[in-house]
Design a protein around this ligand. Sequence first.
Ligand code: MRU
Length: 397
Amino acid sequence: MGSKIISTYPAIINSILFVLLPYHPETIIMLINNKHFRTIWLKESNDKIVQIIDQQQLPHQFVIKELASLEDFETAIKDMQVRGAGLIGASAGYGMYIAALEAAKKNDFGKYLNDAANKLKATRPTAINLKWAVDRQLLAISKAKSIEEKIKVAKMTAIEIADEDAEFCRNVGLHGVKIIEEISKRKNGEVVNILTHCNAGWLAFVDYGTATAPIYEAFNRNIKVHVWVDETRPRNQGASLTAWELLNHGVPHTIIADNTGGHLMQHGLVDMVITGTDRVTITGDVANKIGTYLKALAAKDNNIPFYVALPSSTIDWQIRDGLKEIPIETRDQDEVKYIQGICNGELKRILITPANSPASNYGFDVTPARLITGLITERGICPACEEGIVSLYPEKR
Ligand code: MRU
């Protein structure tokens, strides 16, 4: 399927529009050129097509891409046109709906759908939301009788997963803002400096984000905040995506090289760290973008609170030891060796290493629970341990 460029524009225009809009709770929603966008949705004029914001092109071009086959979904997830735990889950949900449409044209609906489920699950190994969404679809579809009904259920479930993700993130914001409020009070209303790593913003979910949701909420309540944005090599999700989001929302921020956080913490320039996560064990270990562990160590050494924000769909209820049990994705070495940017108005890839030097590219690391001050979930904030998690989710006891 082709992709369509909706607009390329200086992001500052949107920041001005945002500031001019009257505040009401809905303005926390993410606006691009004064229009609310989610990261994934069904095309209005054709519900057999799913539309996404192509994140490979951000922050330089705002491109809407159409996904209309299972293969489109596999490519979009693998190549990170869509990315981030929540959005990967929502994409898998819609991918299963499209797969159900395809399965209806095959001899064996069930076999086609199971194969599709396995193909989607294989696209990215670390974010548990992927498996969670695919399994939720399989279960829901299996309960429907006719093929027609199965397709209807698959569509409904995909929408449900996406809506639920947005609602969970909104609630993460409402709980997490209390921590920022408290720090702000302690500082007599001075700026609260928050460090974040990678992109756990609305682009990584369907709406709002997790690590950013409390920040947007604080900003909307006129609490003074400033965000240190780790660039997050090798793919620079911080520098290109988190910064773009914050700029569009008008939130003060500064992009820093990944190695800067420790220095800032030693000099009292960080009040708290909030990151997202791609998988949390029942014991509170957290897998997140590579480099998160080092920030948690530095935060511990400097007595700075380190929070992880997540929807419960990111908890893997089956595992206890993050280091041993969470599969860590390794990606193409070229992501380390090349850097992408805009040059004379064109997106270009540039080699930044000796051509023949090998590179390795681990996508994630695990931060042990002992380094985490608390988990911010849609149901509230809890300590990063089994007792804490289960106190919020007693049905999982
Ligand atoms: O490889 P990505 O960009 O899909 O990585 C996921 C992330 O965005 C981060 O690890 C993030 O902090 C987790 S929150 C979805």
